[in-house]
Design a protein around this ligand. Structure first.
Ligand code: DGL
Length: 271
């Protein structure tokens, strides 16, 4: 029986919990340390220099905690920083998340795919390259969703999703018709890790036939592939999760309880 591996996970806030959920389901015996950089959020509406500086600081902290793998559970930070972080930490297994365009192309029958993401992600070179690599006969409807990640954070804390629902309605109607008929969007990529936590509201707006895709499970599988087998725990007790935030500890604690059924105290970090 190996000792468990410590895996670092971070996001600008609670969104990365959607990735942590998939990681824990895939690797229940490993230990996780999660950081919500809420004191410096949102990332998606800030410039690249800010996102890069924050990603560097968070990664530095996680490396100092001796993590064996590190998951950037944020599309915006992955787009802005992963190439530089890989160069700066060559020995570290570093996994990022990006909008699941390729799986969406494979699933879509109408060839019309909606992509909801932050404006930072959609404007990034990384995303533009990903988009350019997709089949020319697929149409992507790109929707930057200012304010939505922030609204989801607020709803985790208060339980009041009014603002989240209003923003979802606004962005869904801006994207056009959803459905399974020709010319309709039949596949919706949730290209920000916060958005799976709004999926019930999105579902109510677009109807039952539209497929939602996020990359949480793919990221979990890839993380497991990158970990040396010898390091991983087998038949061990359930792994532990430590939660940290750079502000708004209560929001992270409420979100972990609400969406992951995880009762863990949150410690504040200042850096
Ligand atoms: N959760 C982050 C992402 O996946 C973005 C949220 C934010 O704007 O800070 O892009």
């Amino acid at each position: 029986m190996g000792a468990s591996v410590l895996i670092g996970v971070f996001d600008s806030g609670i969104g990365g919990l959607s990735v942590l959920k998939a990681l824990r389901a895939d690797m229940p015996h490993e230990d996780f340390i999660y950081i919500a950089d809420s004191g410096h959020a949102p990332y998606g509406e800030r410039d690249v220099a800010h996102v890069l500086a924050r990603s560097r600081a968070v990664v530095q902290y996680l490396v100092s905690q001796n993590v064996k793998a590190l998951v950037i559970a944020c599309n915006t930070a992955t787009a802005a920083a992963i190439h530089l972080l890989r160069a700066e930490h060559p020995g570290l297994a570093l996994i990022g998340v990006e909008p699941a365009l390729k799986p969406a192309v494979a699933l879509s029958r109408t060839g019309r795919i909606g992509v909801m993401a932050t404006r930072g992600t959609l404007a990034s070179d990384k995303f533009q390259a990903l988009l350019a690599a997709q089949a020319a006969n697929t149409q992507f409807v790109l929707q930057p969703c200012d304010g939505l990640a922030h609204a989801i954070e607020a709803s985790a804390d208060t339980g009041d999703a009014t603002r989240t629902i209003a923003l979802c309605a606004h962005y869904v109607s801006a994207m056009g018709r959803f459905g399974t008929e020709t010319g309709e969007i039949d596949t919706l990529v949730l290209g920000c890790t916060h958005y799976p936590f709004a999926s019930e509201h999105l579902r109510a707006l677009v109807g039952p036939g539209v497929q939602f895709i996020d990359n949480g499970q793919a990221v979990a599988r890839q993380t497991r592939r990158l970990l040396p087998d010898a390091l991983m725990a087998a038949n061990a007790p359930p792994g532990q999760v430590s939660l940290f935030a750079t502000s708004q500890a209560r929001t992270l604690q409420a979100a972990a309880q609400r969406w992951l059924d995880l009762s863990v105290p949150v410690s504040l970090l200042s850096f």
